[in-house]
Design a binder for this molecule. Structure first.
Ligand code: PRP
Length: 179
């Protein structure tokens, strides 16, 4: 059982679903008749993306990008590379980038300017978790699920060395696991 590696639950399934429902309602109201393109950043966002999009009650399309900046470590290297590009032409589209976590901001500031260069009609950022204390890049999200303290959290898409993404809640990993 993977729960044995978790020190404590940080955001329960119920808390996550309640907040995601509110975010979905907000996005629905803001994007009615705009047919937004919702872009999930793999891999971390896949669980949030699946739950959030099911709470958006207006026409929308989905796409994914995959980027890499962390490798298997716990802090960013500062270098972002694109492993999977968009499948659609985003010129003139209303784009919403979906992230599981905004930490240093290096990934999203790179992605935002990358997509901006393709001349979308608008571009907004929705992140489930925001860790403003660790910000290095000048980036502000438009939709935030929760402000998150600087603890080592996993679950609900977030990994440590590719594991724990399948936990249905967000928890703090026991320090002996990553020591
Ligand atoms: C995580 C997360 C964001 C990024 C945020 O991805 O999903 O993309 O780090 O960090 P930053 O704000 O410091 O750039 P990661 O590179 O760990 O890949 P993953 O989504 O595949 O887990």
């Amino acid at each position: 059982m993977i729960e044995k590696d978790i020190e404590r639950v940080f955001f329960s399934e119920e808390e996550l679903q309640k907040r995601i429902c509110q975010l979905g309602e907000q996005i629905t109201a803001d994007y009615e008749d705009k047919n937004p393109l919702i872009v999930g950043v793999l891999k971390g966002s896949f669980v949030f993306m699946a739950d959030l999009t099911r709470r958006i009650n207006t026409y929308c399309e989905v796409d994914f990008m995959a980027v890499s900046s962390y490798g298997n470590g716990t802090s960013t290297t500062g270098a972002v590379s694109i492993r999977k590009d968009l499948s659609y032409d985003v010129e003139g589209r209303h784009v919403i980038i979906i992230e599981d976590i905004l930490d240093s901001g290096v990934t999203l500031s790179y992605l935002k300017s990358y997509i901006e260069n393709r001349r979308p009609a608008s571009i907004k950022i929705c992140t489930l978790l925001d860790k403003p204390a660790r910000r290095r890049a000048n980036i502000t999200p438009d939709y935030v699920g929760f402000i998150c303290p600087d603890a080592f959290i996993v679950g609900y898409g977030l990994d440590y060395a590719e594991r724990y993404r399948n936990l249905p809640y967000i928890g703090v990993l026991k320090p002996e696991i990553y020591a």
